[in-house]
Write a protein that binds this ligand. Structure first.
Ligand SMILES: [Zn+2]
Length: 151
């Protein structure tokens, strides 16, 4: 749910990885997508409302699942919905106020769908290899730091 950044550091690979990470977190823990994030080429971080830190096995499971999705080489496609239609399936609270009545939904194969105006890869394999660097937990916020390795 990020705005397009004109910043030259904007990295479609990292940003697309964030979509897959978020869907994986939703499926594993059912605590929602990241409410805040910082996406950069070298390393990124996503923050989640959570109740504890992750254990090593969970981190390994997330790495494995995200990389499985990447390796499936899923197509990244866009779809446009009217705001009212979009509201039936998505939380739009993080979209910019000037997003207008047409909402762009980004789909990563049949794995994830999320309103977003950012830039993405064309298919998931372009992302490379996903790896969590570390996680931390403080005041109800789980922070996941990750990087991508080019294979
Ligand atoms: Zn996006």
């Amino acid at each position: 749910m990020n705005e397009v950044k004109s910043n030259k550091d904007y990295n479609p690979e990292m940003h697309s990885a964030e979509h897959i990470l978020n869907q994986t977190m939703v499926r594993m823990f059912n605590k929602g997508r990241s409410f805040s994030n910082h996406i950069e080429k070298k390393k990124s971080k996503c923050d989640y409302h959570f109740d504890r830190n992750l254990i090593k096995e969970e981190i390994e499971q997330i790495n494995k699942k995200v990389n499985e999705v990447i390796q499936k080489d899923l197509l990244v496609t866009e779809e446009f919905l009217h705001r009212n239609e979009a509201l039936e399936s998505f939380k739009l609270s993080q979209l910019p106020e000037d997003a207008g009545d047409t909402i762009r939904i980004i789909k990563i194969g049949d794995y994830d769908a999320c309103p977003c105006s950012g830039m993405h890869v064309k298919s998931s394999k372009e992302i490379g290899k996903f790896q969590i660097i570390s996680t931390g937990f403080e005041n109800g916020v789980l922070r996941v730091r990750f990087k991508l390795l080019k294979e």
